[in-house]
Design a binder for this molecule. Structure first.
Ligand code: MLT
Length: 201
């Protein structure tokens, strides 16, 4: 997968897995990593799917309607890529914290839904419920920080609440930060994520 890797500036720091929104690139979220922990390693990935030239992490059938088969395939592909990248760059595979926005948050949530050992933690900005009617992989206390907009037309309030509940039922420790905003990624929610990170890692 196309990506950027930056080594940690200090030993024992986690690696941020940065996952952009639809139409983004691996460069988009680099400033977030810097705001959350400038000393952590960064693995920022570009989605392998192109929707009319816009990079995404998995196909969709319509706005908000996911192509489940592709989602499952791409989730496995990303997980394999994490294994390979950890070996290639020599970072600790068990210390990966996803930071995703929108479509990127959705594939990060999908990693948590499908694999117990994929992520150490996750910051999900404006996510949706990636899948329903499946048994989720067990998460033993995985900390997850969800940020959501009260008036988000793409990732509705109800989905953030449902996602939080499903992750909690799977054993994760999720919490939601609300913004009185729509779908845009704001400075205040990234600051809230940084505060949450300092408490948990
Ligand atoms: C998705 O397709 O993942 C969501 O609708 C968010 C987005 O627009 O990318």
């Amino acid at each position: 997968m196309i990506h950027v890797f930056k080594a940690a500036k200090q030993a024992n720091k986690p690696t941020f897995l940065l996952l952009h929104g639809t139409g983004g690139t691996e460069k988009d979220l680099l400033p977030l990593a810097n705001m959350i922990d400038p000393d952590a390693a960064v693995l920022s990935v570009r989605g392998n799917v192109s929707e009319h030239g816009m990079p995404r992490f998995f196909k969709r059938l319509a706005e908000g309607v996911f192509d489940e088969e592709d989602l499952i395939f791409r989730t496995g592909e990303l997980r394999d890529f994490l294994d390979e990248a950890a070996e290639k760059y020599g970072f600790d595979r068990d210390q990966i914290i996803a930071v995703g926005y929108s479509n990127g948050a959705n594939i990060a949530a999908s990693l948590l839904y499908h694999f117990s050992d994929s992520l150490k933690g996750a910051i999900l900005h404006h996510p949706m419920v990636p899948r329903r009617h499946i048994e989720l992989a067990k998460q033993q206390g995985t900390p997850v920080f969800i940020t959501a907009g009260d008036n988000d037309p793409i990732c509705p309030r109800s989905e953030a609440i449902e996602l939080e509940q499903m992750l909690r039922d799977a054993g994760a420790e999720p919490s939601i930060h609300w913004e009185s905003n729509g779908h845009s990624l704001t400075h205040t929610e990234v600051q809230a994520a940084a505060e949450w990170y300092r408490k948990h890692f």
